[in-house]
Structures are given as structure tokens and as C-alpha cells.
Design a protein around this ligand. Structure first.
Ligand code: GZL
Length: 323
């Protein structure tokens, strides 16, 4: 009799312990995912597409630990602000934003701060108090402009006329690439005149359109084109060819980004220099987001290391390019 009682007590204890573990299981296996809201500018350039791919690929490779909410704003600031408000509503852990323009962010950034959601600025700056964002992951656009001016001066022998295709009006990348280029010329290359500067909105189509008008207005006077991104330079190359001139020879081409298309143009002798600007920011972005979620601080500016690439090595460089 005793043995039966003993066995039934043991089996009851065994069942209770299994139920106990099962109840404990959900808590111990619940994975606290990193929930990130990213408000992307749009799809205006090959560079932008490469950045989006880098972010989405990284999240896709880490589905067990990352939940990415991705919004494409079609280059409209109000769409980015709407996306940020919805991320705040959702209570995401971290917000990522590539601000299409520098200004107009104070109110929604203050809402995110109120909600204790850190903001990571990616590839473009916002003109707000430093306390309203956690970090900026991106390039030194002024240095990019400086390097473009040095390369342009080398290409046209320190004197001549250039035209400038500017990026999106109000974008930090456009403002600072302009400042860097103009300052370097004014300081060290006074023989070079900028005949005209006009926005091509970082797109190939607009870059071509503006270059067509420059070629008409300044026929025979243009020695070089400085484009704030490669996509506008590729548009300008089309316009120069349609005008019966040789891009890269009759008119030197200097731009920024380092996308595959410009390496192909340089290898074909139709462009001369690209100043690299790294779009593959996914890993750095999610690394910073995870640190912020864990309550760690990150550097206020996580800078990309970049190079300057010239036509002489473009064919050899092409196979190694990652975007
Ligand atoms: C630079 C980025 C710029 C690229 C363009 O960080 O903001 O925006 O240079 C893109 O190609 O449109």
C-alpha cells in the first residue's frame, strides 16, 4: 500500500514540476526583439537604393532578433514626419531617419524624446539641438566637397570654368558638398570660376535636364562639371554626348558617391573622378540601435571611411565595388 502511495506522490510531484517548467518556458524563451522604425527618403539614386538594400538585408538576416518597420517617404518631408509619428505611436525601441532636408524636425524629434525613443540620423544631418538625436551615422560632406575641388583643379590645370549640379535643395549633403567645393576653390584654386550652380535633386533625369541648359547658356565655355552625386553626373554625361562633345575629355566630370555606374563611365573614359560616400550603413545602424536599446551611449558622429577614385584605376576597381 505504502509503495502505491509513494509512487502516486512522486508522479504528482513530477507532473507539477513539468507544468511549472512549461509555465516558466514562455518567459525564458520570449525573445525581446529590437524593434526599429526607419523612415527612408525614397529611391532617388542608385546610392539610396544601395543604402536601403543594406538596411533591409541586415534586418532580413536577423529576423529572430530584429523587427524592422520600413517607410519610404518618396522624398517628401511630411511623409517622413508622418512615419516618425507612427513609429512613436507603435512604441518602437529606436527610430532611424535619413532626413531629406536639414530643417523642420524640432517638433517631431521632441515627441520622440518625450516618448524616450532615441533617434539615429543616417546619411544626412538635421539642424536640431544635439540633445534631440542619439548619433549621426554618415560622411563628412564638406571634406567630400574639398576633395572634389582638388580633383577638379588637377583635371583642368588649376584654371577654367566649371558648372555645378547641386543635390536636393536644403539637404545637408548638398549644402555641405557645395560649401566644401566653393571654400576649397576660393582658398587654393582662384583660377577656377563657377559659372553656374543649380539643383538636379540628386536624380539622373534632372541632372541631364540642367546640364542641357548649361550647355546652351555657356556653349564652348565649360571645362568641368561638379555633380553632388554620381546619378546627376551620369545624366550630365548623356547631355554632353547629345551635344556632340566628349564627356571626360572635352568636359571633365567630378562627382560624389562611388556607385557602379560611375565606375563604368570612368572605365569608358566618360568620367574622371568619384569621391566615395559609403551607403552600406546597415550593420553600423543596427549595431548603434542595439547599443541604444541596451542603454549604452554611442559616439555622436559615427563617420564613414571613404576614398577618392579616378578613371585610371576604374576598370581594376570595378570587380571590388560592393554597390
Ligand atoms: C549622402 C546621401 C546622398 C547621396 C545621393 O549621404 O544623402 O543622397 O550622395 C543620395 O546619391 O540621393
Amino acid at each position: 500500500m505504502k509503495s502505491k502511495l509513494f509512487l502516486s506522490i512522486i508522479s504528482l510531484l513530477l507532473v507539477a514540476s513539468i507544468i511549472g517548467c512549461a509555465q516558466a518556458a514562455p518567459a525564458s524563451t520570449k525573445s525581446a526583439k529590437l524593434v526599429v522604425g526607419f523612415a527612408q527618403i525614397g529611391q532617388e539614386s542608385g546610392w539610396r537604393d544601395a543604402e536601403t538594400a543594406s538596411i533591409q538585408f541586415y534586418a532580413g538576416q536577423n529576423l529572430d532578433t530584429i523587427d524592422l518597420k520600413f517607410a519610404d517617404a518618396q522624398q517628401q518631408q511630411q511623409n517622413q514626419i508622418k512615419a516618425l509619428k507612427s513609429f512613436i505611436e507603435m512604441g518602437v525601441d529606436v527610430i532611424g531617419l535619413a532626413p531629406v532636408v536639414e530643417t523642420g524636425w524640432d517638433a517631431v524629434f521632441a515627441e520622440a524624446k518625450e516618448a524616450k525613443i532615441p533617434i539615429i540620423l543616417v546619411d544626412r544631418m538635421a539642424k536640431v539641438d544635439e540633445s534631440l538625436y542619439a548619433t549621426f551615422i554618415g560622411s563628412d560632406f564638406i571634406l567630400e566637397g574639398n576633395n572634389a575641388a582638388i580633383e577638379m583643379s588637377r583635371l583642368i590645370g588649376g584654371s577654367g570654368n566649371v558648372v555645378e549640379l547641386e543635390g536636393t535643395v536644403g539637404a545637408s549633403a548638398a549644402n555641405d558638398r557645395k560649401t566644401g567645393f566653393h571654400d576649397e576653390l576660393a582658398k587654393n584654386h582662384t583660377g577656377i570660376t563657377i559659372l553656374a550652380s543649380q539643383t538636379g535633386d540628386f536624380t539622373r533625369a534632372k541632372g541631364k535636364e540642367v546640364m542641357e541648359s548649361f550647355l546652351k547658356t555657356y556653349e564652348g565655355q565649360i571645362n568641368g562639371v561638379y555633380a553632388h552625386n554620381d546619378d546627376m553626373a551620369l545624366g550630365a554625361i548623356e547631355a554632353i554626348k547629345e551635344a556632340g562633345l566628349k564627356p571626360g575629355v572635352d568636359i571633365k566630370i567630378v562627382s560624389v558617391d562611388g556607385v557602379r555606374g560611375i565606375f563604368e563611365a570612368m572605365a569608358a573614359g566618360e568620367a574622371n573622378v568619384t569621391v566615395e560616400c559609403n551607403p552600406l550603413l546597415g550593420p553600423q545602424f543596427f549595431d548603434a540601435a542595439a547599443k541604444l536599446k541596451a542603454g549604452q551611449t554611442v559616439d555622436k558622429w559615427i563617420k564613414s571611411d571613404e576614398g577618392v577614385y579616378r578613371s585610371e584605376t576604374a576598370a581594376a576597381d570595378l570587380p571590388n565595388r560592393k554597390y
